[in-house]
Design a protein around this ligand. Structure first.
Ligand SMILES: Cc1cc2nc3c(=O)[nH]c(=O)nc-3n(C[C@H](O)[C@H](O)[C@H](O)COP(=O)(O)O)c2cc1C
Length: 222
């Protein structure tokens, strides 16, 4: 099994998957590992819905239907700021450009861009999706716990040879998710995550996003 540094460095968002199911035992193992993530006073605020098969198809169809009907996404919270400022604005732009370039979509091709975005609602062809919820009664700090837990899930998946892509987009219609999965309103939907075996040969999985060097985001105080 790969070591933890290797797992962190080599994880990337996977946006094309093989038509190969993920066994229940493998997902069980991923969650069984991720549950050892830390959380403030060991609150373990995470709640995960594992969705596969017909239920996953149903969710996908519902997202696509809502989107085609012009229903505006109504996520449980604002992931992004209303107004983008630099350096985040530029990074966001570069992130999009890298994706479109890998898919061979030109700057002006709005139709193809839209279609690529809609692929989120198909979980990029992944055979499984995880949905991460947090109890609304918990405080802001618990959102940190959720982030750590979600990264643990992705690293465990990586260690077991699976690819993943965290998806804020599949939290666009949280009421539909809760209704279809029978999840109580008390649970706030943070994000989804596509999970499966990566189609390594697909161009969309062959580029890497850049990162700032350590000097750019750290200061040392000795
Ligand atoms: C919480 C979260 C939500 C995300 N939502 C989406 C999404 O809806 N669709 C998508 O294609 N990528 C999504 N991403 C993936 C980011 O674009 C990706 O992590 C970033 O560009 C860095 O690339 P890497 O993951 O390949 O290292 C999300 C990432 C995070 C952490």
């Amino acid at each position: 099994m790969m070591n933890v540094l290797e797992a962190i460095e080599s994880r990337t968002s996977i946006r094309a998957y093989l038509d190969r199911p993920v066994e229940k035992e493998v997902i069980q193992k991923i969650l069984d590992t991720a549950r050892w993530s830390p959380s403030g006073v060991n609150t373990q605020p995470w709640r995960v819905a594992v969705v596969r098969g017909d239920r996953l198809r149903q969710l996908s169809e519902e997202f696509l239907r809502l989107s085609a009907a012009g229903v505006r996404p109504a996520p449980d919270y604002d992931y992004y700021p209303g107004e983008w400022v630099d350096p985040y604005k530029t990074r966001r732009f570069q992130c999009g450009m890298a994706l479109y370039q890998a898919l061979g979509i030109g700057r002006e091709d709005k139709e193809k861009r839209k279609e690529a975005a809609l692929n989120n609602y198909r979980f990029f062809g992944a055979p499984a999706s995880l949905f991460f919820f947090i109890d609304r009664r918990m405080g802001k700090g618990s959102w940190l716990d959720m982030g750590m837990f979600i990264q643990s899930v992705m690293l465990a998946a990586r260690g077991l040879g699976l690819g993943s892509c965290p998806q804020a987009s599949t939290a666009d219609y949280p009421d539909a998710v809760r209704e279809i999965l029978g999840i109580a309103e008390q649970n706030l939907l943070l994000c989804g995550m596509a999970l499966g075996y990566a189609d390594e040969k697909h161009p969309v999985n062959q580029y890497r996003t850049a990162r700032e060097p350590v000097e750019a985001f750290s200061s040392w105080h000795d």
